[in-house]
Ligand binder design. Structure first.
Ligand SMILES: Nc1ncnc2c1ncn2[C@@H]1O[C@H](COP(=O)(O)OP(=O)(O)OP(=O)(O)O)[C@@H](O)[C@H]1O
Length: 240
């Protein structure tokens, strides 16, 4: 399976954020998405998850032996950096409810097994989400994404608020589930990207650029990245 993006463009008023996003992501890989503040990473995720509409362009999934299928919100799991959850439910109620509404993806695991898998203390299972820490909410949101198990997962700064123990567990979970998925992982932490990701993609000047794979673990990575991110934006003819 591949996720193909063709000429995606998004402006906010006169501000061109995504100029021409064309890229092919492959199944079984975690892609680290790097870019400066305001580069458009969240905007790209929002367009792919249909939170907002792109002005132009196409996104589709291509599976071997099948016709390309337009990407829809159902194909995409989106883990936000600031989790949005029903705070009036307990963690356990939320996961139970989520499992029932996603019965099509049932794996045979129980709510207890899922919750234990993200190392949420059983004492907290029956407390209202409202009282959870940011990291606990983050884990719960990620768990919902794992349960729904869509082919494409977008993770916006997912590990930043997790403590080192949980971050390691989540890393292992992401490595385990990536096999038949496409994972895009936005982060500002270079070490996390090199640690976790199979490829690094840079969003700069409204376009995506794949970094040479050999650079990922080379000592020149940081310098190469900084050079890309410092390049001046190209002039774009807005009448085109
Ligand atoms: N709804 C909106 N209306 C107007 N401008 C917006 C809107 N959403 C995003 N922008 C602008 O689009 C640009 C890209 O923002 P975006 O949040 O996608 O960047 P980002 O790469 O995720 O940044 P960061 O790394 O700081 O989180 C910014 O200049 C932002 O102000």
């Amino acid at each position: 399976m591949e996720l193909v993006l063709e000429h995606i463009r998004k402006n906010f008023g006169s501000k061109m954020v995504l100029k021409d996003i064309s890229f092919t992501f492959e199944e079984g890989k975690i892609y680290g998405l790097l870019g400066r503040n305001g580069a458009g990473k969240t905007t790209l995720f929002n367009c792919l998850s249909e939170e907002i509409r792109a002005d132009e362009g196409k996104a589709y999934l291509v599976s071997e032996g099948a016709s390309p299928k337009e990407l829809t919100a159902d194909d995409v799991g989106y883990v936000l950096s600031t989790p949005v959850l029903p705070e009036f439910l307990t963690g356990y109620e939320f996961i139970k409810f989520f499992m029932e509404t996603n019965a099509a993806y049932a794996t045979g695991k129980t709510a207890e097994e899922w919750l234990a898998g993200i190392n949420l203390d059983p004492e907290d299972w029956h407390r209202l989400i409202k009282g959870y820490s940011h990291g606990m909410k983050n884990k719960l949101q990620m768990l919902a994404c794992f349960i729904a198990s869509p082919p494409v997962m977008l993770l916006d700064e997912p590990l930043t608020s997790l403590d080192v123990v949980v971050a390691l567990e989540v890393k292992k979970m992401l490595q385990a589930i990536k096999v038949d998925k496409i994972l895009l992982f936005s982060t500002h932490i270079l070490q996390l990207a090199t640690d976790m990701c199979d490829e690094i993609v840079v969003l700069h000047d409204g376009m995506l650029e794949l970094l040479d794979h050999d650079l990922i673990h080379s000592k020149d990575l940081e310098e190469r990245l900084v050079n890309i991110l410092r390049e001046e934006p190209r002039e774009v003819n807005t009448n085109a």
